[in-house]
Design a binder for this molecule. Sequence first.
Ligand code: HEM
Length: 209
Amino acid sequence: MKRSTIVLIKVIVWAACLGPLAWLVAHAVSNTLGPDPTETITFTTGLVTLRLLTISLAISPLRRLFPKLAWLIRFRRLLGLFAFFYATLHLATWIALYAGFDLHAMEADVVKRRYITVGMLAWLLLLPLAATSTNWAIRKLGGARWNRLHKLVYVAAVCGVIHYWWQVKPGVLTPMTITMILGGLLLARPVLALAQRRKPTPAAKAARV
Ligand code: HEM
């Protein structure tokens, strides 16, 4: 792919990732975040985190299925970092607007509310991934160890979905779509790995002729 095309896609990805933040800032400034601004901020940042995590997880299976999409890998780290950025904004909203910076209230919330516990776990799992996303960290850890560590993103995404389900009202099925997509992506890994293993090697193909 041409360098100029990659640059153009990069600009689009940055704009798309910053879009929700710009939307929140614009509505906060014009005081149009709705009747419950805290809820709007929490909902938007939480949902964007989950969507970005899911998109970043979709990149590997897409590359395997469609080798022409190999260039997508260049954007996985960026999407993952934006997911962490929104997760941190989401956490900051909780610290500032729900808990009012009260450490005891935060501690009680983490212990008493299971959806907060699992949400916190999701954020804590993303933290080492964001911290090791530099080229220096990849070199220092080595490719194999870095890859193993970054598998944690699957656990973080699952915790994020559980966190979502544990707070919606009974009977509400809003998290269903993202749960099904994430379930499909989790299944895709072993299925594609198995299919790849069964694929005849060029040597085996030649022997058959
Ligand atoms: C990867 C991490 C996380 C993801 C993907 C995530 C995702 C979400 C989503 C999608 C919602 C919207 C649910 C709705 O309003 O229908 C939400 C709400 C919420 N999350 Fe998270 N979250 C994460 C981490 C956290 C953390 C670390 C905390 C705080 C410790 C937290 C606290 C909350 C709170 C207080 C709400 C609002 C609940 C309400 O409306 O009463 N989340 N989260």
